[in-house]
Design a protein around this ligand. Structure first.
Ligand code: GDP
Length: 371
């Protein structure tokens, strides 16, 4: 009975899911994230960050506000009253990966961390070469994904209702616009079928395990964005809760090694599961051998801010997954991106942990060469 009680408690204590955003260049990945964050990374707020993996944390309060419109009449979501809806996840960590062709390795690393993915497709262009590459990645890793069918505002004569639920906006369009939407969507569905995937509009999806959901969106007008976030919330908390329970074991990956003025060499990590604490003794893979050091500071950007964008950091005594975290500690100069990060617990044999992180050295160094 004790065991049962423990299991029940942890199902109500979910960690934040990690979602990555993938797709062909220019489909609107950055713009979609900007729309949710209310930032402007796409137009250069974060000049020069396109070559790195970014991580943004969306706390549940922001999610709740963004999805409120889904509970109105016309949204078609049948979710009941907003105040009664149980948002079980504490937030959502979104990882975005560089779109440029030569960063296949970073895209692969980013996508390997996520529990669910958004594949962005431009409704006017359909499936493009990097869409196919992304589909291969997601399939190889068996990552569940949804498709944002973006740029619906470019349908001829589209009349926008900013930040509206998609179905309400569609109902307000002229018949000719609704027809163009149907024709273009059908074309995309056919292209997915050619890849062996059964894609359907998310609100017609009766089998989430078998069919890929299409969510029509516009990153410019914000239409469909509430639908997209709501779908992510529901898919993760209703279908993936097993994978979102806290583990006593840490899952943490180094994304980047960076020198920061005033902090020295730091590592940006994605904490996928478990808890990190200031003062933890950590082990990571280094070019010249295992690095064992102690966490001096645990830093995150403000909620809704990018880990890559320079801003005031928030200091933490401890951080629960999932989160993008900057770690300041001595002797990180030779740390390798992609390495796992382990914490030395009271019962751990440090030598075993060192061997474990160094086991990855060859594959990590090879993949660094390719980028
Ligand atoms: P990324 O390469 O996938 O990150 O694409 P960006 O977010 O940089 O967007 C590429 C271009 O498409 C930019 O000029 C955006 O302003 C534009 N764009 C993105 N989303 C939309 C959309 O929903 N509607 C329209 N009309 N333009 C969009």
């Amino acid at each position: 009975r004790m065991v049962e009680a423990k299991a029940a408690a942890s199902k109500d204590d979910l960690r934040s899911p990690i979602c990555c955003i993938l797709g062909h260049v220019d489909t609107g990945k950055t713009k979609l994230l900007d729309k949710i964050r209310q930032t402007n990374v796409q137009e250069g707020e974060a000049g020069g960050i396109t070559q790195q993996i970014g991580a943004t944390y969306f706390p549940v309060d922001a999610i709740r506000t963004k999805t409120a419109v889904m509970f109105k009449e016309g949204a078609g979501a049948k979710l009941g009253k907003h105040e009664d809806f149980d948002y079980k996840i504490p937030g959502l960590l979104v990882i975005d990966t560089p779109g440029h062709e030569s960063f296949t390795n970073l895209r692969s690393r980013g996508s390997s961390l996520c529990n669910i993915a958004i594949l962005v497709v431009d409704i006017m262009h359909g499936l493009e070469p990097q869409t196919l590459e992304s589909i291969r990645l997601l399939r190889d890793r068996k990552t569940p994904f949804i498709v944002a069918l973006n740029k619906i505002d470019r349908l001829f004569d589209w009349k926008a209702t900013p930040d509206n639920a998609f179905r309400d906006s569609l109902a307000k369009q002229k018949t000719s616009v609704q027809r163009e939407f149907e024709t273009r969507t059908q074309k995309v569905i056919t292209e997915f079928a050619e890849q062996g995937l059964n894609a359907v509009l998310y609100y017609d999806n009766k089998n989430f395990a078998r069919n890929v959901s299409l969510v029509p969106t516009s990153a410019i007008t914000g239409e469909g964005v509430p639908d997209m976030i709501m779908l992510l919330v529901r898919l993760t908390q209703e279908r993936m809760s097993d994978r979102l329970m806290y583990l006593s074991e840490l899952e943490c990956t180094v994304l980047e090694v960076k020198v920061i003025e005033g902090l020295g060499t730091t590592i940006d990590v994605v904490l996928s599961n478990g808890v990190l604490r200031e003062g933890d003794r950590i082990v990571v893979c280094g070019l010249n051998g295992p690095i064992v050091t102690q966490v001096r500071a645990l830093l995150t950007p403000q909620p809704l801010r990018e880990l890559r964008v320079k801003s005031a950091y928030v200091h933490h005594k401890e951080i629960k997954a999932a989160m993008g975290v900057k770690i300041s500690a001595p002797e990180l100069e030779k740390a390798i991106a992609g390495s796992h990060l382990l914490v030395v617990g009271p019962d751990d044999d440090e030598e075993v942990l060192k061997e474990e992180v160094m086991g990855e050295l060859t594959s990590l160094v090879n993949s660094v060469d390719k980028t």
